[in-house]
Design a protein around this ligand. Sequence first.
Ligand code: BES
Ligand code: MN
Ligand code: ZN
Length: 466
Amino acid sequence: MEIKVVQNAKTIEADILVVNKFEGENTTNELANKYAVEQDNFKGKFGETYLLPTYGNEVYRKVLVLGLGKKEEFSPNKMREAVAKAIKKAMQMEAKKVAFSLNGIEFDYSEQFAMGAFIADYAFDKYKTEKRDNKVKEVFVEANEELVRKAEKIAAAMAFTRNLANEPAQFATPAELANIACDFGLDTKIYDREECEKMGMGAFLAVGRGSAEEPKFIHMKYSCENPKKKIAIVGKGITFDSGGLDIKPASSMLTMKDDMSGAACVLGIMSIIKEFHPQVEVHGIIAACENMPGGKAYKPGDILTAKNGKTIEIDNTDAEGRLTLADALCYACELGVDEVIDLATLTGACMVALGSNAAGIMGNDEELIKNLINTAERNGERYWQLPLWEEYFDSLKSDVADMKNSGLRWGGASAAGVFLQKFVKDVKWAHIDIAGVAFLDKPQKELIKGASGAGVRTLINYILEA
Ligand code: BES
Ligand code: MN
Ligand code: ZN
């Protein structure tokens, strides 16, 4: 889909002209006012639509009246959602050209307008042998060109991330993630198993031992002159989480190809970062492996030594993400960056707490957390802070090692957080648990079911606003 910025959307020979309607106000379109508003009493409640034909009397074939709700409650977030609705409607009708004539909406809404259109345009149909071509080809809108182009890049990164997380685990292997990371023209280093051993990554390597797939540790670096700050983004990269020897029940395993959604987010961001040339040094870090119960698999009761020398007793092989992140966080903290942000489909507990409506966020720096929550809110994501009290470590105490990798079920998201904190040193750190939001089991706002691209829009904007 392409978005074209035009002077006057009403002059476009489109399949659909979309006009907006706020509750209690008229539209700028006479047909819409006469038929939708006067005759049919169309109120324009948020998300409602009303379609009318033009019978060849206008250059556009149909008018779609798009309800935007009460004007005083309207916001860029609502703009994005409403546009997505209109695009979905256009797709149902197999419209190819859609023009938007938006009245009374400010030009700085252009970014979320374009995000809504591009996000709604996403489909994962590469394995369908019979494809239905119901995509909108061209969108015409009176808007701010620069903001539309910015949104286009962010949405492309999101689509990249969604494609990767939707990709079956048989293809999206650790080696494949490593290959992809090498394609971005960044300063990239891939460490294989032996090199990870030399670095002392005993926690990460243990998780990958039960799999036939080789683990890969990925480090991408975007640099610039005189960076305003240095950020490392760490993504959980379990390309498939069977649970290991503490194997998951079938129903819980069904979506576990998505357990590399954090990694997919990091790759999405790094795929586009050069095009933004931000004045920030950005490191993308992924400890990629597969959690399988093969003959060499790590076992409950095993004691591992992480990169920072701390020992971990295995309580449950299904609490694997924190083990891979432990070594990845140690590595990130040695880079001399100002901030480390990790994204991980880490705990079912976070999903129980917040559902698919918000990611959990915790960390050691309130300002960093507040900034991320705020950036998320402005860009269509929700982060909700969970506590990181040291008491959560009580259930992770081990009789034989420095800690266990799991303990009580209760408070599981925070317990995982305090576990990770043991591997963070001298740096501002935020941990974002995206277990509930990364992979949707039903459509949600502008997103279809499946991979959501969680974290991409927030973190790109966070980097750009540094
Ligand atoms: N990848 C899962 C967490 C998860 C669950 C992500 C559901 C997305 C949807 C993680 O590795 C895991 O298995 N966590 C366990 C931890 C437990 C054994 C302490 C969990 O949450 O049950
Ligand atoms: Mn697991
Ligand atoms: Zn996992």
